[in-house]
Design a protein around this ligand. Sequence first.
Ligand code: SF4
Ligand code: SF4
Length: 466
Amino acid sequence: MARLEHTDVTGGSGGLPTEAPKTIGKGGRRVWLYPEWFRGRWLTARGWVHGVLMAILLIGPWIDIGSHPAVRVDIVGRRIHFWGLHLFATDGAYFLFLFGFVVFSVFLFTALFGRVWCGWACPQTVFLESLVRPIERLIEGSAQQRRKLDAAPWTAGKIARKAAKYAAYLVIAGAVGTTFTAYFLGRQGTFDAQLDPTSHPAGTFTFLFITGLLLFDFAYFREQVCLVVCPYGRFQSALLDKHSLTVLYDQPRGEPRGKKGTEGAGDCVDCGRCVTVCPTGTDIRNGVTMECVQCMACLDACDDVMAKLHRPTKLIRVHSEAAQAGGKQRFWRARVGVYAVGLTLVAGGFAYATFNRSDVELNVSRQVGAAYVVRPDGAVQNSMQLRIANKGETSRGFVVEAVSPADLEVVVPVSPFVVAPGAVDHVPMFLTLGAGAGKQTVKLRVRDDGEYSQEIETQFMGPGAK
Ligand code: SF4
Ligand code: SF4
């Protein structure tokens, strides 16, 4: 059931907000926010989205797909496992496509839906709003109770509540820190690093650093990450235009503000609920600002006020500035088209690279030294090197065969040449052609003990004309 709390977001500094950020007090001092909580349809939907995202973020290193963790960045092994895809250091194209996918997605979604990433998908918001604040409410109560508790003298009860809250934060920070470390070290490596710092000092440091950073964030820094640290809020204005959907206050309808029954007053009764529920202390009635992370809490709160006053809802709503001004809402604009084409290209490139990916990567190069040797019997020999990357899950024994020209001979000192899963090995290889052979393209076949077979071409060097 919906719950409504009547408190002041200014933390007791009094009155409705001015245009200055609510977290900056006199002399630049931090003002602690006590946002109220009100669950309407937007916050319910957001809670589900956050739950799914938290699950995806937290389970990656703890479940296996095949014989590898679903997600792991194995720096030492120079491999990345990503939900069934196993990437090597040589798979640069995939990283380029993934990077492009993230960049174009953020550009496109911001142009279309404003700062939806911040309120709905950013890990900082996901954990803070859907895990940390609910725990705080559970232990310390409503916004009004929390403010009272903070102002009260230290008693056994207050110490117990604060200790319980920070212990809960520590557990969450530790769990996320453990999962973050496991993204790199794997499960066993992480447990080893936690239990024995000498086994992996960098891993131990990563776990402690992330845990400490998150504890600082949950317990103190909070919305300051969005307001002070994160660069995205600053460049979002370059991605938005008047057709972007953002959280907007319907100013013509709401103004002039006034209590119910005031003659000539608009629909806004100046109750301040939209401000008191805001996790960044923003007054959306002043227009779109950098502080608004588009969490939609003010929509739910104002809809509740309007419903109680038997007035139409959506005084604060998701709308575009163009439509709000009575113009036409345009979905497709030049920038949306450019971002959509970019996103389609990188997504298509990623899909193409994935479906055409081979488990084996071959590369032939010439050994250091003379380009060719003429043997006493006149035959011409080239010393080459075959580089084989086995991107599969099992060891493979490879053999190399001559394909063309017909008199081509191939000698590989170790055959079959076994390459471990995930390994990259180099095999010396001697190619021989008959007397008088010259520079020409020769063809080889590399196959394993299973179904893999691939032909490759390389340049043969010799003194002859062909
Ligand atoms: S919640 Fe709605 S009515 Fe109340 S101050 Fe905000 S905009 Fe005005
Ligand atoms: S102004 Fe509204 S949408 Fe923006 S951060 Fe505050 S509550 Fe969320």
